[in-house]
Design a protein around this ligand. Sequence first.
Ligand code: BGC
Length: 419
Amino acid sequence: MMKISKIAKLAAGAALIAMTAGAVKAQEQVEVLHWWTSGGEAAALNVLKENLQKQGVTWKDMPVAGGAGSAAMTALRARVTAGDPPTAVQLLGFDLKDWAEMGVAANLNELAEKEGWDKVIPAALQDFSKYDGNWIAAPVNIHSTNWLWINKAALDKAGGKVPTNIEELIAMLDAFKEQGLTALAHGGVPWQDGTLWEAVVLSTGGPEFYKKAVLEADPAALSGEEMKKVFDTMSKLRTYFDQNFSGREWNLSTAMVIEGKAGAQQMGDWSKGEWLRADKKPGTDFVCIRFPGTQGSVLFNADQFMMFDVGGDAEKAQMKMASAVEDPAFQIAFNTVKGSVPARTDISDEKFDDCGKKGMKDLAEASSNGTLMGSLAHGYAQPAAIKEAMLDVITQHLNGQLTTEAALKRLPEAVAAAK
Ligand code: BGC
């Protein structure tokens, strides 16, 4: 029989091991700042949380609601200023460069090299995932903004033909109005106004005009005849919104189309996440098409987790998270729920629905044709100051505070002042 003292010693030893394990476990934690708070977004985020939990990494959630990260950036500023950044932060486009410039980014080179990220992550994303040649972020997905989501029953009633240009879009919206629906579900906040505007710019002037006006912010393009057509179309589209559009979150507008109260929504493909969450099927309950007149081009927006320099033990969990994000199986599991497509070029489209398959095909084509371009509203076309300045004019015009003539004058002025 074991002596009492020996049992006590064993018990003490076991307790010590448990404590040490506990301490190691406590260090294996990631604190993640993000704005994925809608039903579809949260479901996708769960895929990542569960993946990490299985690896023994605890998830400390820091959600900051507000589409396109509008409020999340303010929260991040406060944390970084206090010298206490989260482990990983959902960031878009030029914001990644801005934060990296402040010297607060972690370095993911070792992991990226081991896993061969250079070869599989599209160059258009690498421009933002790297700073000074060093990997600072793990891209999660590729979204795109030039989509239109249509309620299938409403479309069938309207004749079933999908619009291929602005004129046909207007005809379809008129038919939805006649059905007693809100023809176009839209939420009046700057980033959503900008998401609609950039699709109209691309549709009106084509990819070369988008490059001039948006990517180069060329004053002549921002104030010329073509841009006048864009603002006129925005004014026309405004007549198809409901009265309560002001300030509405994007997912509530999606819900209006899902429930058959509205006919269509122009929105990025995160919208599909809401449809899927509501158990709706593409082709049966809803139809996804490129925003009329923008076929052949893709305005991209990619969510990336920038890793902050948190040093010490937390780095281990951070690298596990970055590695999990780039894992091909995760890329499929996450993006089929989120509505986006993989941030890697080596993933089969087999597990994706028809909208996802189309998204992947369009992306590959646009990438080889030179018509893959960054979204303005989501930070991939211009740095924050210029983006905000442009969105300001777009929103004021859409709300009737600026005439088209005044908007055409203001747009290049606002850009110049922001530079
Ligand atoms: C993000 C998406 C997100 C959407 C709405 C976009 O800027 O890239 O992941 O679903 O905003 O919140």
